[in-house]
Ligand binder design. Structure first.
Ligand code: UD1
Ligand code: MG
Length: 422
């Protein structure tokens, strides 16, 4: 362990320096690309402003490219100990042979992120339909899963203490584990994309999650775990530090009032990068804890995503030009076609749990005062329904606070509650 830490120390210094450089480059580059993006029609209307300005979109593309270049430059550094005929005793197998599997791991991760950026850009330019783009992340993640299959291939899951008397310590998931990883990748990417629509929120949530992962990795480094998990968390740090660097720069430009939009490219890029470190760093469950607000938002959105309830093109909040504040946007049930029985049932459950705010109820006796208009099913609208109206900036700050407290809770669950389960 001491050997790994000693060589990792220098590599981490390089990683931190490159991350700062990458952030600075992103900060400088984005403003210069604005006009070129508008000329190429890579732009969108800021719908939540009075003047409805046209803003360059897809700024996630240059951000991701700077990130990828940083990773290319960084790639030799973890292997410095093996260069110039030296052998690296730091390797976990202590053999001193060049660890090709480690290089393969980094390459497969970069390939997956790069493929995701490409498909995300295609989505931004072509506005691909949901039924197709849902699968994009799984396609892009294929190199990662193939690497996982050929290298570590661990598909065992450790069971909670309470279940061990019945099923043993581990359960072998086999192919199902690959299905789980593919679903994780799909979830991470799209869940960031659907928690979007106000300035700063996409990059902001990704930054909070990335910083949480960095803190979690650092805890491992300081607590001197076994060599394998130490290397896994170092790997995660090498990918997260530059990601945090470029994301901070992007966020500064995307913060209210936004001068650039991040585009779907960034949402996919961010989701994939976070999923990659979770999978290859073997902490996918901890990763999911950091995604608690996104999980809630996804489950809450399901009735609209699966068309049980009508889903408009945009579910972002509504801008009130008189007050200049955001209010929750609403969906009128039965507007295009009558809501199905299942839809009515879901709305009834949500309503009784206080998870939706009704704006119009039926006065008809036999309908039992059925909800006819309610807020769109996103966490942003839910907050605005109860705490709004709010300015766009305050809404973004509130959501990032929720993300922050979710991370605090995640650490509590991961390091305190987990003792009762694992
Ligand atoms: C997802 C959401 C959609 C939400 C949209 C906002 C689902 C199923 N889809 O769709 O409800 O409205 O993201 O990003 O939940 N925009 C702003 N201000 C911002 C960010 C974006 O006005 O701070 C607008 C701009 O017009 C921009 C557009 O949203 O052009 C981008 O939408 P897009 O990313 O294409 O929407 P989706 O990801 O398909
Ligand atoms: Mg989007």
């Amino acid at each position: 362990t001491a050997g790994i830490l000693a060589s990792a120390h220098e590599t981490l210094v390089v990683s931190v320096s490159l991350s700062i450089l990458a952030g600075w480059m992103t900060w400088k580059t984005l403003p210069q690309l604005k006009q070129a993006f508008v000329n190429a029609r890579l732009c969108g209307i800021d719908l939540l402003k009075r003047e409805k300005p046209v803003i360059p979109e897809t700024m996630g593309l240059p951000t991701a490219i700077i990130y990828l270049i940083t990773m290319f430059v960084f790639m030799p550094f973890p292997f410095m100990a093996w260069f110039g005929g030296k052998t690296g005793p730091q390797d976990t197998n202590m053999s001193g042979i060049f660890p090709h599997h480690k290089l393969g791991e980094i390459l497969s991760a970069i390939l997956a992120i790069q493929s995701m950026v490409l498909l995300g850009f295609a989505d931004d330019v072509l506005d691909v339909r949901w039924r197709y783009k849902v699968w994009f992340p799984a396609l892009a993640g294929a190199p990662l899963l193939i690497f996982y299959y050929t290298n570590c291939g661990v598909t065992d899951v450790v069971l909670p203490l309470q279940l061990r008397p019945y099923f043993g310590t581990n359960i072998h998931l086999g192919p199902l584990y690959y299905v789980y990883m593919a679903m994780l990748i799909i979830f991470c990417t799209h869940s960031i994309n659907i928690l979007a629509g106000i300035n700063g929120i996409e990059a902001g949530q990704s930054l909070v999650i990335a910083v949480s992962i960095i803190i979690n990795d650092s805890l491992y480094l300081f607590n001197n775990q076994d060599p394998a998990s130490l290397e896994a968390h170092l790997f995660s740090l090498y990918f997260m530090l530059p990601f945090a660097g470029v994301t901070i720069a992007l966020l500064l430009h995307n913060w209210f009032p936004a001068k650039v939009f991040v585009g779907d490219t960034y949402c996919y890029f961010a989701g994939m990068t976070l999923a990659v470190v979770g999978i290859l760093g073997h902490f996918s469950k901890t990763l999911l804890l950091f995604f608690i607000p996104q999980i809630f938002n996804f489950i809450y959105s399901c009735p609209q995503l699966f068309k049980v309830i009508e889903c408009p093109r945009h579910r972002m909040p509504r801008f009130n030009p008189e007050t200049g504040l955001l209010e929750c946007s609403t969906v009128i049930l039965d507007a295009k076609k009558p809501t199905s029985k299942l839809g009515r049932f879901v709305i009834k459950i949500f309503y009784s749990l206080g998870l939706i705010k009704a704006f119009k109820c039926s006065s008809n006796e036999e309908d039992n005062g059925r909800v006819l208009e309610c807020n769109n099913l996103t966490i942003i609208n839910l907050i605005l329904a109860y705490c709004g109206p709010m300015s766009e900036r305050d809404t973004a700050v509130s959501l990032l606070c929720i993300q922050f407290f979710a991370s605090v809770m995640a650490f509590f669950i991961r390091y305190k509650l987990v003792e009762y389960v694992y």
